[in-house]
Design a binder for this molecule. Structure first.
Ligand code: MN
Ligand code: MN
Length: 293
C-alpha cells in the first residue's frame, strides 16, 4: 500500500476536523423532544456550509439499534429522555472521508453511563494499540478486554474497517474481539475503529430499512445524475428532495432495477441496549494520526 501524498493527507485531516465538529454539534442539538429530522438537517447542513459533503447520511440509532437509521423525508421521530443514541457521521473532502461516532443518553439521567463509557474507553485503549503493522486481532483483543471489564459484551459481528477514496468500507476488518486474525494494518492505511458494547449477547441482525442508499462502482455509469452526484458514498432519500419530483418512488424503481442498494437498520439480537464510539485513524509509516480527535 502506498502512502497518501501531502494533498491527500491534507484532505483526510480536513474531513476529520469537520466530522468531529459535526459530532460536537449533535451533542448540543439532541435533547428530549427534538426531532431526528431537524438534527440530521442541521448537522448535514453544517458540513456542507464548511465546504465539504457528508460522507454518509447522519445515523441516529436508538437503544437496541446499532447503526444505519437516518430520518426519512417526512420523519416524525423525536428523542425521549433515557434514549441511548448512537450518533454516527463523517465528512468527505474530494472523496477523502472521515467516520466518527459517539453515544449519548438523552436527558442525561446517568442511567446508562457505564454502557456508554465501555465503548468510549475501549476506543481510547484501542488507539494506544494501533500502529503500523499491528495485527487487527490485537486491536480487537484490547476492545474486548475493556468492554468485558465493564461487564458488557462486545458486538462481534460489527467492527472497524478500512476507508478508501469514495469507499467507506474498504477491505480490512478490525474486529471488536480477539478473532485471531493476523492481518496487519499497513502503513498508508486510513481506518475506522468502532467498538460496540452490548448489555445482551453481542450479536446484531438486519432490521427494517433505514432510508440509506448507495450506488456501487460498476453501476455508477448506468444510473441517473442525482445518484451519480454522491459517487459511491451512501446517501439519504432526503437528499433527493427538490431535485426530483418523487424521490421515494425513484428510489423504489431504482432498487427494483438493482441500480442501487439499501442498508437495513442493524439491531441487537435480543433487543438489548448498545453503545458505540468511533474514530478515523491514518496510519503512516512512522506516525498514527487520529483525524477525528
Ligand atoms: Mn461510523
Ligand atoms: Mn465506521
Amino acid at each position: 500500500m502506498s502512502l497518501p501524498d501531502a494533498d491527500a493527507v491534507k484532505k483526510i485531516r480536513n474531513a476529520g476536523v469537520v466530522g468531529k465538529k459535526a459530532l460536537e454539534l449533535a451533542l448540543t442539538l439532541i435533547e428530549p423532544g427534538s426531532t431526528m429530522l431537524s438534527v440530521a438537517t442541521a448537522i448535514e447542513s453544517m458540513i456542507r456550509e464548511s465546504g465539504l459533503v457528508p460522507s454518509f447520511p447522519l445515523n441516529l440509532s436508538v437503544n437496541s439499534e446499532a447503526a444505519h437509521y437516518t430520518p426519512s423525508i417526512n420523519d416524525k421521530k423525536a428523542f425521549h429522555t433515557g434514549d441511548v443514541v448512537k450518533v454516527d457521521i463523517g465528512a468527505s473532502d474530494d472523496g477523502y472521508c472521515s467516520d466518527n461516532a459517539l453515544t449519548l443518553e438523552v436527558g442525561e439521567t446517568g442511567k446508562h453511563s457505564d454502557l456508554i463509557d465501555a465503548s468510549k474507553e475501549a476506543l481510547k485503549s484501542a488507539l494506544k494499540v494501533i500502529r503500523p503493522n499491528v495485527p487487527v486481532s490485537k486491536i480487537g483483543a484490547k476492545i474486548e478486554e475493556v468492554i468485558t471489564s465493564f461487564g458488557f459484551r462486545p458486538v462481534k459481528n460489527l467492527g472497524g474497517h478500512g476507508i478508501g477514496r469514495n469507499d467507506l468500507h474498504s477491505s480490512i476488518f478490525i474486529p471488536n474481539y480477539n478473532d485471531l486474525n493476523m492481518t496487519t494494518i499497513e502503513p498508508g492505511s486510513l481506518v475506522a475503529i468502532e467498538p460496540f458494547a452490548s448489555t445482551g449477547i453481542g450479536m446484531i441482525h438486519n432490521g427494517q430499512p433505514g432510508n440509506i442508499y448507495m450506488l456501487d462502482g460498476p453501476r455508477i455509469d448506468k444510473s441517473g445524475l442525482f445518484f451519480r452526484e454522491f459517487n459511491t458514498l451512501p446517501f439519504a432519500s432526503r437528499w433527493l428532495q427538490g431535485k426530483v419530483d418523487n424521490p421515494e418512488k425513484m428510489l423504489r424503481e431504482s432498487l427494483a432495477r438493482k441500480e442501487i442498494m439499501t442498508f437495513p437498520v442493524l439491531r441487537e439480537h435480543s433487543g438489548s441496549l448498545i453503545s458505540q464510539a468511533e474514530h478515523t485513524i491514518l496510519v503512516m509509516s512512522d506516525d498514527v494520526i487520529v483525524t477525528t480527535i
